[in-house]
Design a protein around this ligand. Structure first.
Ligand code: G
Ligand code: MN
Length: 385
């Protein structure tokens, strides 16, 4: 075992040969392992020790791996559980997913694949824990819009007068321009800010309308800028249901290779059927995915995993006056390094001052965005450093 453990793995299998083989492979890869030959014994360990991931057989005498998963979920919604089976059955696979298993592996599992899965699980779990700390630091947030007569008419008008505001995103490495994020703006007098427009749209069951209009305009405007730059667009999870992004005759879909779809961590993915499959299709079309406002929402690790994003955007609350806060520095630094390990690009949002910019750069973020470099504006303006 190496000096620094890469994570504590609870291994569960009734077959002693399998148990010691798994333990050997993970031990050689630097993980600390706790081995149990029954699910009941595993539950005892789980209650008393800090574990980063469970790897369990499914078919065992007494409690099965699925029973174990179910019991674990009573206590901990986030702990990654990897189930391994020699006899795949559609029913148990479906149940495993429903109960929130991270992976469902078939025996024999190659050493390399096992180590890769366990490594990923530990990283995700640790990132999730750091994120929870960040959330506690940011404090909860809320916002609401007043109810009004003629909300539907106001929304019609607001959607008609939507326009995109573009804010530049820069590479930390060489200060060059990476792309723009398009924000929703409208010249409507009642529904003035984007939040009221989106709240109204959601309440009226018309969530796609403002965003769809915005995206058409933003992509049309962006076309003129030519290749190379990325356009970041905010998307509500429910908008995935409309099929808008998969309509291959649309301009948005034609530009997919330049588009990054942002999903805010403040909403949940509950109620969006087949999210994983939908996003997989979008990826095939060339879109990339970002988690927006990381550190500000209540979304758990599981929804984070299901998105398998290419980008993570750290919430403004983490960057504000970061140069004066050792706690924020520690959080951003560890989030940045964990994300890098997972191959994700990290965007620091809401940078307003030179000091915030310099801290973010020194802590290892990849991309930068905020008033410091440029306010959202009608034109695609060149950023300043
Ligand atoms: O949730 P999302 O990250 O998509 O929204 C970002 C919001 O933050 C936008 O409304 C944008 O206008 C705003 N914004 C962009 N840059 C800055 C900044 O540097 N400071 C602050 N306070 N807000 C910013
Ligand atoms: Mn955003």
């Amino acid at each position: 075992m190496s000096a620094v453990s890469r994570g504590r793995v609870l291994l569960v299998d009734d077959d002693p040969l399998v148990l010691s083989a798994l333990g050997r492979v993970l031990g050689a890869a630097g993980f600390e392992t706790i081995r149990c030959d029954t699910a009941a014994a595993a539950l005892g360990h789980f209650a008393h020790e800090s574990i980063d991931v469970i790897v369990s057989d499914i078919a065992m005498p007494g409690l099965t791996g699925l029973d174990l998963l179910q019991a674990v979920r009573q206590w901990n919604l986030e702990l990654p559980v990897i189930l391994v089976t020699g006899t795949p059955e559609r029913e148990s696979a479906a149940l495993a997913v429903e109960l929130g298993a991270l992976e469902y592996l078939l025996k024999p599992v190659s050493d390399e694949f096992l180590v890769r899965s366990v490594t990923r699980a530990v990283r995700l779990y640790r990132l999730g824990k750091t994120k929870a700390e960040a959330l506690a630091l940011a404090g909860g947030r809320s916002g609401r819009t007043s109810d009004g007569i003629g909300l539907a008419a106001a929304l019609d008008h607001a959607v008609e007068h939507v326009w995109p505001a573009f804010q530049p995103i820069l590479r930390a490495e060489d200060r060059s321009l990476y792309g723009y994020e398009a924000f929703l703006r409208s010249n409507d007098e009642t529904l003035t800010d984007p939040k009221s427009i989106l709240d109204a749209a959601e309440r009226l069951g018309r969530i796609s309308e403002p965003g769809r209009r915005l995206r058409e305009l933003a992509v049309a405007h962006f076309e003129r800028l030519g290749e190379g730059l990325q356009l970041f667009l905010n998307v509500h999870p429910l908008e995935l249901l409309s099929g808008e992004f998969e309509d291959e005759s649309s301009k948005v879909c034609a530009a997919a290779g330049h588009l990054v779809l942002e999903f805010t961590e403040r909403t949940t993915l509950d109620g969006v059927k087949d999210v994983t499959e939908r996003l997989e299709r979008l990826r095939h079309l060339g879109y990339r995915i970002a988690i927006d406002d990381l550190g500000a929402g209540y979304a758990g690790l599981v929804s984070f995993v299901s998105l398998e994003p290419e980008f993570v955007k750290l919430d403004v609350s983490l960057l504000r006056a970061i140069d004066e806060s050792p706690v924020k520095q520690r959080l951003v630094s560890s989030m940045a390094s964990m994300c890098r390990d997972m191959g994700l690009l990290v965007v620091a949002e809401g940078i307003e001052t030179e000091a915030e910019r310099d801290s973010a750069v020194s802590l290892g973020v990849d991309l930068l965005q905020g008033y410091r470099f440029g306010r959202p504006s009608r034109a695609l303006e060149r950023p300043r450093w």
